[in-house]
Design a protein around this ligand. Structure first.
Ligand code: NMX
Ligand code: MLT
Length: 425
């Protein structure tokens, strides 16, 4: 049976040849132009980077290696990692080998969890997760081999090794953050009969008599793994990785971006918004009450978390997957009822407000509701769960980029003076 490394060795050699051929024939073809508005506006829509793991279509959402997300939501995150890297799903034996390999690497040194215990009690779980990865960095095999003078052809091999270590350890690390930050600080050992996702839920120590939390975790960690490479977390990771910072540094950089309220932290903000409304109205409000509440938020200059998107112009398929899960697992939960009411009311409010280009919900509008419904009652932890999942996509992208020899990222910036001169103002 070929290992992931064997398969990647063949694929990367083939990708390199393919790209060489494309560049030989089409090096100077223009694929995008940049307007002044785009340069001032977060480069929205500018095609200036390659990412083969997945793509986000404005009309249909995430497509992983040619397959729409909703066709692979029953797959576990380990399978998604394999798919992102190779373009194929693993067979049962390969999946088992990957899962066993991850299990053998999952231990986190005590010095690292001790370092987390020393942080101020108010440290946000995202800061703890990022610091935790940096504390693991001394174990980087990429860095060690770089220091010993490895050749460029070996970059991806050691990047893959670090990625496997990092992905194996990040659930252990993040569960430890949960135990230290919100529970009694006693760490729960992993259970070797469980897969990557179920183990994460198990090590957090949340009561899960029905197994629903483990199932939710599997779905959640699948849905958030990758969203092409232009999003803030993947892009930060890509940029740090392009300087040959090892995966611990690069993924930590990505997590620091994920921690922003317009990106991954929106799941925390969204659940807080739900809880605030529930408290203000003593339960699910009427549509008119919700509308007034939403307008108050907008009029105070804030955004409505969980709605809108930089690329999507449809309902996020990740939201649809969460909604299908909720309909089966917790259809009568008051927060799900409130989320359903939001779905009816908020798009209309945002349309009337007239600013957001997309008034549909994104994944963050429901992911926190589900976590809350199944016992994870600490909204600031939700983005750290997103971080465990996004590490999959960030690592897959890093490995492929080191395989393809992607150079250091360095777009050109211009000054406002240059713009004025250019437009003749
Ligand atoms: N509530 C209020 N205003 C909004 C919203 C919203 N949900 N979405 C967009 N706008 C505003 C936006 O702030 C901007 O205002 P201004 O012109 O005053 O700067 C205007 O509408 C145009 O923004 P867009 O071009 O539609 O969106 P953009 O690409 O700039 O930003 C988001 C995308 C996702 C940052 C934005 O929709 C947002 O802030 N949404 C709420 C936060 C959120 O749910 N983020 C999670 C995204 C998904 N994720 O997992 O990372
Ligand atoms: C993501 O998952 O990264 C978000 O939906 C944000 C994005 O794609 O820009």
């Amino acid at each position: 049976m070929a290992t992931l490394k064997d398969i990647l060795a063949d694929k990367i050699a083939a990708y390199r040849e393919e790209i060489k051929g494309i560049l030989a024939l089409h090096r100077d073809k223009v694929i995008s132009e940049v307007t002044v508005a785009q340069a001032y506006g977060g480069m929205r829509g500018v095609k200036a980077q390659i990412c083969d793991t997945s793509t986000v279509s404005p009309d249909t959402g995430l497509i992983i290696r040619g397959t729409p997300l909703l066709e692979v939501t029953d797959r576990c995150p380990e399978e998604i990692f394999w798919l992102l890297l190779t373009g194929e799903l693993p067979d049962a034996a390969s999946l088992k080998e990957l899962q066993d390999d991850l299990a053998s690497r999952a231990a986190v040194p005590k010095e690292v969890t001790d370092a987390l215990r020393c942080l101020p009690k108010t440290t946000h779980p995202m800061a703890m997760q990022s610091i935790g990865l940096l504390a693991l960095q001394s174990g980087s095999k990429f860095r060690k081999h770089y220091d010993e003078g490895m050749s460029k052809d070996e970059y991806w091999v050691w990047c893959l090794e670090d990625s496997l270590d990092l992905l194996a350890k990040i659930p252990t690390l993040t569960a430890a953050i949960y135990r230290i930050r919100y529970q009694d600080g006693k760490l729960i050992p992993r259970d070797s009969s469980m897969d990557w996702s179920a183990n994460f839920a198990h090590m957090m120590g949340v009561d899960d008599p029905t197994g629903d939390l483990a199932n939710l975790m599997r779905l959640y960690l699948n849905l958030h793994a990758d969203h092409e490479s232009g999003n803030v977390s993947a892009n930060l990771c890509h940029t740090a990785g392009s300087a040959l910072s090892d995966p611990y540094y690069a993924v930590s950089a990505g997590l620091n971006g994920l921690a922003g309220p317009l990106h991954g932290l929106a799941n925390q903000e969204c659940l807080k918004f739900h809880l605030e409304i529930q408290e203000s109205f003593g339960g699910v409000p009427t549509a008119d009450q919700l509308k007034d509440h939403a307008w108050k938020l907008l009029n105070s200059g804030r955004v409505i978390p969980g709605f809108g998107h930089a690329v999507l112009r449809c309902t996020d398929p990740r939201y649809i997957a969460c909604s299908e899960f909720a309909r089966k697992a917790c259809p009568d939960h008051p927060l799900f009822k409130l989320a359903e009411l939001m779905l009816q009311v908020i798009p209309g409010v945002l349309k009337e407000h007239g600013k957001a280009k997309n008034t549909n919900p994104n994944v963050d509008a429901l992911s926190g509701v589900l976590m809350y419904a199944f016992g994870v009652a600490e909204p600031p932890f939700y983005t750290a769960i997103f971080g465990v999942s996004r590490a999959i996509g960030m690592c897959a992208q890093l490995v492929l980029n080191r395989g393809l020899g992607t150079p250091i990222t360095r777009p050109k910036s211009v000054t406002t003076g240059w713009i004025k001169q250019f437009v003749g103002a």
